[in-house]
Design a protein around this ligand. Structure first.
Ligand code: ZN
Ligand code: ZN
Length: 300
């Protein structure tokens, strides 16, 4: 048995030809869980060999549009293909509050397409199976696979002024994976990451670029993202085995710029394994060194 963690997107709101919007696929055997669905998530899933019909659930970390812009495509494509696969509505798991309304509006975005397809081939309109949980101040289980072997906990993270932002901790028989979502370095994700095998964390070069962004809107934006140096310190303190950086602000445009991310995490004191994420970087649990060496992405 293995568990794989695949970055379906490492980008941010600014478009990139190389980086889809934020997203992480965690798969244990036939249980495929998608965390966030930013721009072009479905294309990356297809590249990874996973169709919309195969997702056991879509988890949302928060409702910044870069994390949810492909929800429409995922839900709608699953519906369009339902007569092929018969998998039914897409289960969506998110903190209660803004998510139910967002999902409802997303499903009506293609109202004319729904109407004309129902006249033609579809028997029912598209649906999602919403699983809305109360925002948890401490890690709380919010989902478990029918087989019982994969569990997902959620906790509130610190992305204010965004409300209802959460991170997730996924436990499979092969290990523990954490997905931070968007957050400053915070005690909630620190507790969630204790002893985790893989922590997929957003990363922002706030310290390095402090002078550059002073008195610009970027200074405000940086203030609710995770500084790479502080992240390295936190990951070391709680014993993270493998830190995978994603949602890279700013986008690294060369191997040298990717190396800066790792250098800053090291400056924070982290001595474990670091990967500076690229789209479709895949990490396998339990760790298989031979396989990992052949995988794409920057891994030091
Ligand atoms: Zn974001
Ligand atoms: Zn955000």
């Amino acid at each position: 048995m293995t568990t794989t963690v695949t970055l379906t997107g490492t980008g941010v709101p600014f478009p990139s030809a190389e980086r889809a919007g934020p997203g992480v696929l965690v798969s244990h055997e036939e249980v495929h869980l998608q965390f966030d669905a930013g721009r072009s998530t479905l294309m990356r899933l297809t590249q990874a060999g996973i169709g919309a019909h195969q997702l056991a659930a879509l988890f949302l970390t928060h409702l910044h549009s870069d994390h949810v812009s492909d929800v429409v495509d995922l839900a709608h494509t699953r519906w369009v293909q339902n007569h092929l696969h018969g998998t039914g509505p897409l289960p969506v798991v998110a903190a209660d509050g803004h998510a139910p309304g967002f999902v409802e509006r997303a499903l009506t975005a293609n109202a004319y397409d729904v109407e004309v397809r129902m006249r033609h081939v579809q028997e029912h309109p598209p649906e999602v199976a919403g699983n809305w949980f109360a925002l948890p101040a401490r890690a709380t289980e919010v989902w478990r696979s029918p087989c019982g072997r994969v569990g997902v906990e959620a906790v509130r993270v610190r992305h204010e002024p965004v409300e209802q932002a959460v991170g997730y901790r996924i436990t499979t028989p092969d290990g523990v994976v954490v997905v931070s979502g968007d957050t400053r370095v915070c005690e909630e994700v620190a507790a969630l990451s204790e002893g985790a095998d893989v922590v997929v964390h957003e990363a922002c070069r706030s310290t390095a670029l402090a002078e550059f962004v002073r008195d610009t809107p970027f200074e405000t934006i940086f203030s609710y993202h995770a500084d790479t140096v502080a992240l390295g310190a936190m990951a070391q303190r709680v014993g993270v085995s493998h830190l995978v950086l994603t949602h890279l602000i700013p986008e690294p445009m060369s191997p040298e710029q990717e190396a800066e991310y790792e250098a800053e995490v090291r400056r924070g004191g982290f001595t474990g394994r670091v990967s500076v994420g690229r789209d479709l970087l895949t990490v396998t649990l339990p760790r298989d060194t031979a396989t990992d060496d052949a995988q794409t992405g920057v891994d030091r």
